[in-house]
Design a protein around this ligand. Sequence first.
Ligand code: FDA
Length: 307
Amino acid sequence: MLTRLLRSLLLHLSRQVWLKDWLADLPGFRQVTRRFIAGETIAEAVSAIRALNQLGIHATLDHLGESTTSPPQAVADVEEYLRVLRAIEESGIDSNISIKLTQLGLDIDESFCLENTRRLVAEAHRRTIFVRIDMEDSSKTEATLRIFTTLFREFGNVGIVLQSALYRTEQDLAGVLALGARVRLCKGAYHEPETVAFPEKADVDRRYLELMRKLLDSGVYHALATHDEALIVATRQAAAERGLSSDRYEFQMLYGVRRDLQQRLVGEGCRVRVYVPYGRFWYPYFMRRLAERPANLWFILRQLFRP
Ligand code: FDA
């Protein structure tokens, strides 16, 4: 009960961007964010990915940003992603990219966002780099799926994220599988009303298992994004029952979360990809990570007030 309250509070605070400046001024806070964020520059992200690659871990690179209301900012973020794509190719790191459509102007105008995203996906296609479109809160699901479908049909090098927390996902999954596209399945990181999402974690987990089985049955290469060991064990078992070898799907986890598990899975022959965020707009991402595991708060307080 207390955890659930804390989670709701942290998710509420994740939308209060004014808090960022206050937090960022706390001595030692930047160090604390480094647990989940690879740095502020492309060079820092590339070097974090190199270290992961050396451990046998693949990556997906995320330039932090979301909920942009300024058209020049959205265009500047497209330019930054174009530099990211060049850096991936030139450095030779094993990484694709993850993007958020509200960073590229979805809250401004859908066709503006489509044009921005098209520019980015076309360049990634030219460089044979895969683009994953993250899924944001449920008010964005419909438009995100529309843009994804358009670009998937045009270029093919695009995948989508679906959230087991939402009631609608079963239907969305059928549509995405009919396209033959790649899915990253996650539980869902946003605070959603009971009218659109399961309020109970047990239902979210149960739905995750059902959707995971559909993904494995589809014959397409999908990603199972979770740190939940029970779901990981169940996925491996379901894959084995279907005779699918471990190179037919991948697990995905977040930078700085369950590094022990990431390495253990690689050691056991699984494919693991880590989501590596970098940039200055870290606040909402960071707060969602705290909400997922409020115990992280104590870790942070310990770091900040360590003698
Ligand atoms: P759950 O929350 O039940 O956690 C299981 C266990 O994992 C915990 O007991 C703890 O040990 C560990 N753990 C989980 N989160 C932790 C944290 N922050 N710090 C420390 N330990 C933690 N969501 C979304 O809505 N849209 C998206 O596009 C994405 N994209 C995405 C990409 C990738 C690669 C991942 C791994 C996750 C996402 N998510 C996401 C987030 C996802 O929806 C979900 O909020 C988190 O993965 C946490 O859920 P788990 O499946 O890990 O289970």
